[in-house]
Design a protein around this ligand. Structure first.
Ligand SMILES: [Zn+2]
Length: 461
């Protein structure tokens, strides 16, 4: 990269470069799908090392210096830092996972790892979750190398293992053991968000994720008096646990509108001219497809998911155990655990199987505005609003480094294309046209960043 080429095209894509960008993104997505990177959980996976090395090879071919890091045999992630024009400006991390959830071929109408393109659609596991984004990242980096373009600030790209299980062998490992790779990074973008959602008035919403509910997977233990099954019993651990689980399941968690959700509701109400009661599913239905973005994030939730007790019909056991899945809104942690403890009472104790705190970023930031601006340059009618994810992503790991994490993997699909159906479902597929839209928006945002805003924030540090 030299200074002459740096300013040749002012960063704007020539039509030949645009053609190269969109042909590479489709090719890379298809080729990534052909690596079977199924993550079976519990440390059992395949293909991540091969996919990570292939990814690193494409980056090295373009003159970058990627590293491939292995957390355990085969559990590899690729990280590369692309130097920006202003090396002192706060850096940005883009992360995508290389693993996928398993696919049962008998349930699919095509081979899950075929990576074939038919009628403008790329087929296979990972097409939407999230080899599409990985391909956009790769195609962007390679386009910059060909054009001699440097992004406004350092961009770190991470292609990680193990997101579909705990993330411990991917993002978690990088954060714990290789934090130096993320030096100077203040903002990250990753999975979930930036894609089109069609509203009832035929306009398009692009929701950007600004947070995630936390997850508390807990083990509950009820204790009582062991005894003969024929005795009149009162202190029965099985009965105590059953009553407690019923109380937990029936608890109505208070509706709590956090700032990201409030902005989403306000923006949608204004666009659609409706008044919405977020606590009422029937009222939320006025938002059409966008109701899904709201309904699981207006309260914390807790669901019993496992239970175990006893070994014989005529023996009352002294102990009964259960597993529960708690999801906690940003800012609601204290309330959540106080409520759980009150519902558990004295005879049931709890311990964590795993805990990840909620994450939360600012939807009024310059970064959010820059993502919204990039979307509007590609789709002038785009309504861009924040939302909170009901589940979790690798953002939880990167947030531990103090990084503000957003979900931004742009895409545009026509009404009726139900992405929710394909992600973790059967016959997963992505439209080539959506990849093309997405890579243009991503390239634009990553290249231009927040402009002067990034520099002035740096001066404040
Ligand atoms: Zn995913």
């Amino acid at each position: 990269m030299n200074d002459t080429s740096l300013h040749q095209d002012g960063g704007v894509l020539s039509s030949a470069e645009d053609t190269a960008l969109i042909s590479e993104v489709a090719d890379f997505c298809a080729r990534l799908i052909r690596f079977d990177t199924s993550n079976y959980g519990g440390g059992d996976s395949r293909g991540e090392r091969e996919a990570a090395e292939w990814t690193a090879g494409l980056l090295a071919e373009s003159g970058y210096e990627p590293v491939v890091l292995e957390a355990a045999p085969g559990r590899a992630s690729t990280v590369v830092r692309i130097p920006g024009e202003d090396r002192e400006a706060p850096a940005l991390l883009v992360h995508g996972h290389l693993d996928v959830v398993p696919a049962e071929p008998a349930d699919w109408s095509f081979a899950p790892f075929c990576g074939e393109t038919r009628d403008g659609v790329i087929l296979g596991r990972g097409a939407l979750d999230m080899k599409d984004m990985d391909a956009m990242m790769l195609a962007t980096a390679r386009s910059w190398a060909r054009r001699g373009v440097r992004p406004a600030r350092d961009i770190v790209m991470a292609f990680v293992a193990d997101e579909e299980d705990t993330g411990e062998l991917g993002a978690g490992f990088l954060v714990d053991r290789h934090a130096d790779l993320f030096e100077g990074v203040t903002t990250a973008i990753g999975e979930s968000g930036g894609y089109s959602v069609h509203l009832p008035d035929a306009s398009r919403l692009y929701p950007i994720a600004v947070g995630e509910r936390g997850s508390a997977w807990m083990d509950l233990t009820a204790r009582g008096a062991a005894g003969h099954g024929s005795r009149p019993g009162s202190d029965n651990a099985v009965a105590t646990l059953a009553a407690t689980l019923t109380a937990l399941a029936e608890h109505r968690w208070p509706v709590r509108i956090v700032p990201g959700v409030a902005a989403l509701l306000e923006g949608l109400s204004a666009r659609l001219g409706v008044t919405v009661d977020p606590a009422d599913p029937a009222s939320l239905a006025q938002l059409g497809e966008a109701a899904k973005l709201v309904e699981a994030t207006v309260a914390s939730t807790l669901n019993p998911t496992m239970m175990k007790a006893g070994y014989k019909h005529n023996v009352i056991p002294s102990e009964a155990t259960a597993g529960v899945d708690g999801r906690i809104l940003p800012g609601a942690e204290e309330d959540f655990f106080a409520t759980v403890d009150a519902l558990l009472g004295e005879k049931v104790s709890r311990s964590f199987h795993s805990f990840a705190a909620p994450v939360f970023a600012d939807h009024t930031s310059a970064e959010f505005a820059a993502m919204a601006a990039a979307l509007r340059r590609a789709d002038p009618e785009a309504l861009v609003l924040p939302f909170i994810m009901s589940g979790g992503t690798d953002a939880k790991a990167f947030a531990r480094l103090g990084i503000q994490c957003y979900g931004f993997g742009p895409g545009l699909t026509p009404p009726g294309f139900d992405a929710w159906r394909y992600v973790h479902g059967v016959d997963e597929q992505v439209l080539v046209s959506s990849l093309e839209f997405g890579v243009r928006v991503l390239e634009d945002f990553l290249r231009t960043g927040t402009g002067s805003a990034a520099r002035s924030r740096d001066a404040e540090r």
